[in-house]
Design a protein around this ligand. Structure first.
Ligand code: ZN
Length: 202
């Protein structure tokens, strides 16, 4: 028998996130390109952004050729910044912007942010497949808080889960940490909920 699924958050009803979600009117528009292997993962955190933020689009795929809606989203007149670190060993003629530079250049409502959702290996593959993404202006982000992601292996305390990256980017770009605090609160609730189900009897 299949597990009952919540029609709103699309998660199994016993780990439904809906009660934890607080809606936030974000100013910087967010786009999330999700690697297909992330879809439906109970540990995935992009869902929190999708359910909480007023302006958040999600696409699923690896190759932009299969994602005309994303290509269109990237091509309208608002500048889009990609959140992705320097690719080691690659000489990249791309421009990295500090948050303060972006804030100085643009109003919040004028920019969009694209985030890749997946493991390091999967997002790296997406980058390698798409020269359009490799050529995009990037935002370099210094996380203010170390990652609180306990339910998935992190490479280091500064490797952030997708929702933490969304939180850091939006709160830094809009200079409003309080506004985005609910994202972390929901993330914490999700992890606590998860811990209950993964705890094995001794
Ligand atoms: Zn739900």
């Amino acid at each position: 028998m299949s597990r009952p699924i919540c029609p709103t958050c699309q998660r199994p009803t016993k780990v439904c996130l809906c009660d934890f979600i607080e809606h936030i009117d974000n100013r910087v528009e967010v786009g999330i390109l999700q690697h297909p292997s992330e879809v439906g993962l109970v540990k995935g955190t992009a869902k929190i952004a999708q359910l909480s933020l007023s302006y958040c689009h999600t696409w699923c795929g690896e190759d932009l050729q299969d994602l005309p809606d994303l290509v269109e989203w990237l091509g309208d007149d608002k500048p889009v910044f990609l959140l992705y670190p320097v690719i080691e060993g690659q000489h990249e003629p791309v421009k990295f912007y500090e948050v303060t530079q972006i804030r100085h250049l643009h109003a919040h409502e004028e920019i969009k942010l694209l985030i890749l959702d997946g493991t390091w290996r999967k997002t790296h593959k997406i980058m390698m497949l798409n020269s359009v993404l490799r050529g995009m202006d990037r935002i370099s982000l210094k996380p203010c808080t170390p990652s609180a992601y306990r339910i998935r292996k992190q490479k280091s305390a500064t490797s952030l889960s997708t929702i933490e990256a969304v939180y850091e980017a939006l709160s830094q770009l809009e200079d409003d940490y309080l506004r985005y605090q609910p994202l972390l609160k929901t993330f914490e609730s999700m992890q606590q909920q998860q811990a209950v189900f993964t705890k094995r009897p001794k």
